[in-house]
Ligand binder design. Sequence first.
Ligand code: FUC
Length: 801
Amino acid sequence: MNEMKCIVVCAWAALMVGPLFAADSDDAAKIVAESAAPAEPLSLWYLKAAKEWTEALPIGNGRLGAMVFGGVNTERLQLNEDTLWAGGPYNPVNPGAKAALPEVRKLVFEGKFAEAGKLTDEKLIGTPHSQMQYQTVGDLTLNFPGGNAKDYRRDLNLDTATATVSYQSDGVRYSREVFANAPDNVIVVRLTADKPGRISFTAGLKTPLWGSGVTLEGDTLVMSGKGTGSNDVDGVIRYQARVKVVATGGKVTPGSDTIAVEKADAVTLLIAVATSYKNFHDASGDPEAIVKKTVADASAKSVDALRADHRRDYQALFHRVKLDLGRTDAMKQPTEARIQHFAEGNDPQLAALYYQYGRYLLISSSRPGGQPANLQGIWNDSLFPPWGSKYTININTEMNYWPAESGNLAECVEPLIAMVSDLSVTGARTAKEMYGARGWVAHHNTDIWRATAPIDFVYSGMWQMGGAWLCLHLWDRYEFSGDSKLLERIYPILKGSSEFFIDTLQVEPEHKWLVTNPSISPENGHPGGSLCAGPTMDNQILRDLFANTIKAATILGVDADFRQQLAATRAKLPPNQIGQAGQLQEWLADWDLSPGVDQHHRHVSHLYGLYPGRDISLRETPKLAAAVTKSLELRGDKATGWATAWRLCLWTHLGDGDHAYEILKFLLSPERTYPNMFDAHPPFQIDGNFGGAAGIADMMMQSRLGDIAQATSVAAMKAGIEILPALPSAWPNGSVQGLRARGGFTVDVAWKDGKLASARIQAASGGAKTLTVRYGDRTANIVIKPGGEVRMDSDLQLAHP
Ligand code: FUC
């Protein structure tokens, strides 16, 4: 036992109390809580089973997910597979859109916003108005014989990505271990007891998907069916789930649609789910063949091998970053109690746990070859989840990926890049049919069919920038990696997005600026309605998109004329403007403080320029940064989960760690964090988890790459790393290891008494070499050999070991 483990376990053992807890929601089993605190700090743990879904613990291998409830009499595993969606391929472009567009544009420029909005709702919003939703597979239930249980505990260990349940009943200690193995694509449930012949239960599968059926093939439960139709689009995705029961000792008896296990010594359940989804235009796969093979392959391995392969695979990603913010006795409390008390300020380790939980959730919901993390990651128990549990690309999907690059999880971004690549195909059809334009466009939402037309209604849907914003993540992937093959892959996507705007930007009558029209500032309204031309966020996104496309083309040595055209167009975009209250204007006109405008709106779209965008920064554009500060003060700190997380990130990028920490207190309170540490919009939406994690990392380190100028590769672009740019005074001592910075660097930082103690920066081979490191008012210009490293002391002096 290492020293830390001993301190935690021994200290808790001294404090053990024995209140009564009910372990199951639906039975009267009484649990005497004599549980110990976690043996290691990266666990979420509880003294009772989950009643609500937001108390259950998520596991996932990127594609396959389960929520583990941990009941004593009934275990429920709510299952998901990331391609089980409603509907089928469809083209939602409104056939009347192209003809109506000139009139809408004219009305917007004339200030007739209500008329323009009405016409938009009728003619531009897609048909159907809504997209297809992500759906649950259903539940695996294990019914155990009743009994009194004591010494109950369940946990989710982020270090091993394993959910565990353990209790005593009738003199036997029972344990359940559940993990989602990515290499073998199965969820494994392992049931053990400390006495032989004591494990008995009945396993069953059920689903709310109508038309599904459960059959048995020997020791295997088989459930098959398909996703539903939605909004007049037929459901075409077929799925199959298989649960194979492997018992040691005892008897396994298949029933008509359940399997009974009696008096086994130990049992392993192998769960596989697959669908017929191949890609956004093809759902002709054979789920039965896939799951049969998956289960056969997995059952050829021992449970020890499945566990070892799972841990090796997961830990290769998870172990890359370590964060220590200090530890207190608060760690001795169960997770729910810690969330209730976090705002009291005595539990820095909970913030570290929240950060690592964000990384855990991303590894568990977004792996190469799978779908990107949707509004709920991969965890959804419904056929009609909130906002369809799909991809809202006017903030939410982007926020999901904010912690990925600095959190050293580049692989997890791959599904997002693949989706944007798909969108560049479906979005080309929308660009052509709706706007008569080249390139591609995606509006404010998309789904597994990669729908790109505007949906819902004007105030949320009529926004052309979703795809353009996503392009920032593609470019970031390049800035962090310097991978020239990736650059070749993403350049046509960036170019296509830029081409769309070259073809569709309109000349604004007063200043002759080039602007988007029609647009909105997501999802806020101004005195005349919501439709407008050239809202601030659009201009900021376009400045980034055009700059990054120019840089990409320059590095690749292609499209010289197009580069010039982009630069000329970029120069005609409206500038950021400061309004009457000193705030950054959200629109071209200074409407921000007008009556009827929601002063506390959750979206802070116009502040994109500071974060995650590149338009504004504390040092390069201090006046604009001050205007962002004013806007943030006007908006207030408290909002929905993701909107709170965005505010946290913005204050972090304004260098105000203490303000950011105040916001973190709210984000990590029961109002915005469920007992299982899922973010509460409310309802559950995973973006707040990811945004919060990104904000915590950015308190420790932020990075930028300089302009391309004459550079021909990312290696020649000057990199800037800022160390401890927004360290809250609540965390005076700590360290972080393994954060990634733009230019291919890996950064370790340690601090003491609120001040830098030491830093280590490693350069990837082929990574950038010249680097400016900033800490407070100090800067150091250093050169690192590709593959080399430097160590710095508290004054940024190079330390020679
Ligand atoms: C946007 C937000 C909502 C919600 C939804 C999924 O529309 O404005 O708050 O997060 O996405």
